[in-house]
Ligand binder design. Sequence first.
Ligand SMILES: *Cc1c(COP(=O)(O)O)cnc(C)c1O
Length: 376
Amino acid sequence: MPNKTIPYGKQSIDQSDIDAVVEVLKSDFITTGPKIPEFEKAVCDFTGAKFAVAVSSGTAALHCAMFAAGIKAGDEVIVTPMTFAASSNAILYCGGTPVFADVLPGSLLIDPSEVKKKISSRTKAIVAVDYAGQPCDYDALKEICLEHKLLLISDACHSLGGAYKGRNVGTLADMTVLSFHPVKHITTGEGGMILTDNADLATKMRMFRGHGISTDYRQREEKGSWFYEMVDLGYNYRITDFQCALGISQLKKLPAWIRRRQEIAGEYDVAFKNNPSIIPIEKSSDVSHAYHLYVIKLEKTDRNKAFTTLRNNGIGVNVHYIPVHLHPYYRKRFGTSEGLCPVAEDAFRKIVSLPMYPKLQDTEIRKVIDEVKSLK
Ligand SMILES: *Cc1c(COP(=O)(O)O)cnc(C)c1O
């Protein structure tokens, strides 16, 4: 193994981020303090969403959204298989049943015509995942939701900073879920957020984040009151003030980072153009792609062999994702198996995610391209 592997994703932390965190650590509030609403407002300003609820992870954010959507035992939620398991697990946390709708072969985004086929009298919501950073076809999904009275939840853990037909990610669904894990666009270590324009949904999620209690510690302090009531079964999904300070500092750099990600994608696009064995995932012309991932399909080489070769040559490639319905837990619990979503399953056998993060150097991009092109 070479001593330095180029990873597939990596955070960028500079002195201003560190200073922002240290400042909060020296202040009176390290949790439930003023940095939480400040971070929420900053993300609202950036995306154009009306309300934001910051939580301890993207997974917690998905759980909050599923709770606010009112998902319970007997309800079905339609979800893409081409995602991290958390997108679907959140349905299970609320007792709901995931129903997998296959993806489009070019973009690997959920296929609206497959969604239509999966709707039943028990369907309550759709979880659309902006795979790799490309927003789904929200106009088509919205239309289906309006017709069948479903809630649309956007898992935008890959697409913060992206847009669909000129509208920002964060404003495209009833609720939009973000993650601030270090490989995502901005980081708080661990962290997540839900964006919505619906005040009722926001209130429900705020309560859910704090044990289902109707006021938080600061609201009680301001009123000089000890009184609180637990009105729902919630969790402790709070995020700390120093994490939010990091998020606020990171967000300032996001536009430049998105531009750099798009620039790197442009280099890869040019390098693999007209190459019959390396097919990048298709990008629609009416989106601004946030490029969390740059995914290629290997059409003529064995993916698993290619993966090992690239790793041995210092390229930290990855595979996103094993289709959720093929995980042992899902197979056992729901009896799902091969053949349920053939497009996702076929893509899964061919895909590789190449290094993609703002600090990736030009020499590293060259090396990735050379290694990928020389695969046999
Ligand atoms: C990262 C991710 C999540 C989970 O986020 P965490 O912050 O790691 O809990 C959910 N869905 C998708 C698509 C993700 O990429």
